[in-house]
Design a protein around this ligand. Structure first.
Ligand SMILES: [Zn+2]
Length: 493
C-alpha cells in the first residue's frame, strides 16, 4: 500500500468515475426482490450479473484448476466419495440453473468451506471434524450450494467491476464473450480473498435462507445449519478467529432469520439420522495424516511466488493505545506508531518495505489519515451520470460518504496501479458513527498480492480513513487484530 501525501483540491476530475450512488441506483432497479412464495418459504433469485450461467461454469472450472494446485487437497477417495454423495443429494434440491455441482475435501484443519461459480465446492476437513452430526455438515454444504445457485461469486464480481470501470468499458465487457478476458478483468487466479469468494452480509443471509430450504427439501433437520454457525461463532470467542467468517461474514440476527425460515417451511419434521456413516467417516478422517507441516500451502498464495518480504512477528494480544489530533486507537504492543499531524502509520517491525524509489511502502500494518474530497456536489454527480436524485433509497448522508469514499479509492489507485475493489462499501459503525467498509486487492510492495481493508467515515475536516493492510496469504491471521484496533477507536469530538 502506497499512501504518499496527496493533494486533491486542484486535481482534475477528468476521469469522471461512475459513482457508487449511480451504481446503487442501477442495481436497485435490476436486483430481483425477494418475495414470499405461496408455501411460506422466501423466494430468492440471483441478482444482477454480467456473466451468463454458462460463463459461471467456465469461470468456476478455470479457477478450480488454480485452486486445486494451490490447496492441499485431501485426495482420499473414501472421504471424497462420501462428501460428494452427500453434496449431490443436497444439490439436487437447489433451485434454478442445474449446475454441474461437485464436492471435494481439502486437507486443512481450519473450519472453512467455499464455492466457486458454476459448481465446484470445497470443504475443509476441519468442518467435518467440527460438525456434531451429518445434518450440520449437510448444513455447510447446503449453504455453499446456495451461493452457487444464487450466483453470488459472479454477482459480486459484476458489482465490483461495474464500480471501478467506466460505463463505456463496461459496455465492452458486457459484449465480450471471452471468459478469459473477463477473468483477466477480475484479476484471474484463485485467491481466498478474491472477489469471487468475499461475500456481502446480504449474500450470506440469502445463502442461509436458501441453504435452510435445501436442507429441509433433502430431508435433513433444517435447523442444523444455523446450529453449526452458532457453535463455531461460540468457538470463535474462545479460541480466536474462525476462517469461515472471513469469507462468509456473519449477518446480523443470523440465527433468528434462519429460525424464521424454518417456521415458514413448517418446522423441523422427522429428519433423517444416518449418523453411522458420518461417524465412520469422521473417525476414519482422524486416522489420516494432517496437512504437510512445512510449506503448508494456503489459499491465497500466489502460485508459489516467493514470500513478500520476511513476515513480521505475529500481532501481540496485548494492546497499548496511542493518540493523535483526531482520535485514540489501540494497537498490538509489538507494533509501533509513526506519524505527524493527522496522518499515522502503525506497523510491526518489518511492516514497512522500501519501494526502491526512496519511499517506504506498507506491507503489514495500518494507515490512518484524512482525505479532503473534491467539492463537487453529490447531486450534480448523480445528474451527470444520468440518474435523478431520489432514485436511491439511502439517505443523502450515506450517499455523501459513499461518494467521498469513491474519490478516495480513485485517488489511492493513482499510486497503486494494481489496486482493485474486492467488496464494495458495506455500512458498519466506528465509535458510534456510520462508516463504510470496503475491501481492496493490491500489489504488495514485497511481491504477490495484498488485501487492503479500507474503513471510511465523515468528519468535519474531511474523510477519516483507515487502511488495514497485509499480504493476501496473511490477511486472515491479521484480521482479528485489525478488528480489535477498529473497535478501540475513540474519536475526539
Ligand atoms: Zn456464505
Amino acid at each position: 500500500m502506497h499512501a504518499q501525501p496527496w493533494k486533491t483540491a486542484d486535481r482534475d476530475s477528468e476521469m469522471a468515475p461512475m459513482t457508487r450512488g449511480a451504481i446503487g441506483a442501477a442495481l436497485s432497479l435490476l436486483l430481483a426482490a425477494a418475495a414470499w412464495a405461496a408455501d411460506g418459504r422466501t423466494a430468492l433469485t440471483p441478482g444482477w450479473n454480467m456473466f451468463s450461467p454458462q460463463q459461471d461454469i467456465e469461470v468456476g472450472q478455470q479457477v478450480s484448476m488454480d485452486a486445486e494446485r494451490q490447496l492441499p487437497m485431501l485426495e482420499n477417495a473414501r472421504v471424497d466419495d462420501y462428501v460428494n454423495a452427500l453434496g449431490r443429494r443436497l444439490a439436487a434440491k437447489a433451485p434454478g440453473e442445474k449446475y454441474p455441482y461437485r464436492f471435494k475435501v481439502v486437507n486443512d484443519r481450519a473450519i472453512n468451506a467455499f464455492a466457486l461459480p458454476g459448481g465446484p465446492i470445497y470443504i475443509n476437513r476441519g468442518v467435518i471434524d467440527a460438525a456434531d452430526s451429518e445434518s450440520q455438515l449437510a448444513g455447510v454444504i447446503a449453504h455453499e450450494t446456495a451461493h452457487v445457485a444464487l450466483r453470488h461469486g459472479t454477482n459480486q464480481a459484476s458489482k465490483a467491476s461495474a464500480a471501478q470501470v467506466p460505463l463505456a468499458i463496461l459496455g465492452g465487457i458486457l459484449g465480450s464473450t471471452s471468459t478469459t478476458a473477463m477473468l483477466a478483468q477480475l484479476g484471474g487466479s484463485f485467491a481466498v480473498n478474491s472477489v469471487l469468494l468475499k461475500y456481502s452480509r446480504t449474500a450470506e443471509t440469502q445463502a442461509d435462507v436458501m441453504g435452510t430450504q435445501i436442507l429441509y427439501d433433502s430431508g435433513f433437520d433444517p435447523r442444523a445449519m444455523g446450529q453449526f454457525f452458532e457453535k463455531i461463532e461460540e468457538q470463535q470467542k474462545g479460541s480466536g478467529p474462525v476462517e469461515f467468517f472471513s469469507n462468509h461474514p456473519s449477518p446480523d440476527n443470523r440465527i433468528e432469520r434462519v429460525n424464521q425460515e424454518v417456521s415458514a417451511l413448517g418446522g423441523s419434521r422427522g429428519a433423517r439420522t444416518s449418523a453411522r456413516e458420518f461417524g465412520d467417516i469422521k473417525r476414519y478422517l482422524q486416522s489420516l495424516a494432517g496437512p504437510p507441516a512445512t510449506d503448508r500451502r494456503r489459499a491465497g498464495d500466489d502460485r508459489g511466488q516467493p514470500a513478500a518480504g520476511t513476515a513480521p512477528d505475529r500481532p501481540s494480544g496485548r494492546f497499548v493505545s496511542v493518540n493523535n489530533a483526531l482520535l485514540r486507537i489501540s494497537h498490538p504492543d509489538n507494533w509501533q506508531a509513526h506519524g505527524q499531524g493527522d496522518a499515522m502509520t502503525i506497523a510491526p517491525r518489518g511492516g514497512l518495505i522500501a519501494d526502491g524509489q526512496g519511499h517506504q511502502a506498507l506491507a503489514w500494518g495500518v494507515i490512518v489519515n484524512i482525505f479532503e474530497p473534491r467539492a463537487t456536489s453529490y447531486a450534480q454527480r448523480l445528474q451527470g451520470a444520468g440518474y435523478e436524485q431520489g432514485s436511491r433509497q439511502d439517505s443523502a448522508a450515506v450517499g455523501r460518504l459513499e461518494h467521498s469514499t469513491d474519490q478516495l479509492v480513485q485517488e489511492l489507485r493513482l499510486s497503486n496501479r494494481g489496486m482493485r475493489v474486492i467488496r464494495y462499501g458495506e455500512a458498519i459503525g466506528v465509535d458510534g458513527d456510520s462508516a463504510l467498509s470496503t475491501y481492496l486487492s493490491n500489489d504488495s510492495p514485497g511481491g504477490g498480492r495484498e488485501t487492503d481493508w479500507l474503513v471510511t467515515l465523515e468528519r468535519p475536516d474531511g474523510l477519516l480513513f483507515f487502511v488495514f493492510t497485509a499480504p493476501e496469504r496473511d490477511f486472515q491471521r491479521y484480521e482479528g487484530a485489525f478488528h480489535e484496533m477498529l473497535r478501540s477507536v475513540r474519536i475526539k469530538r
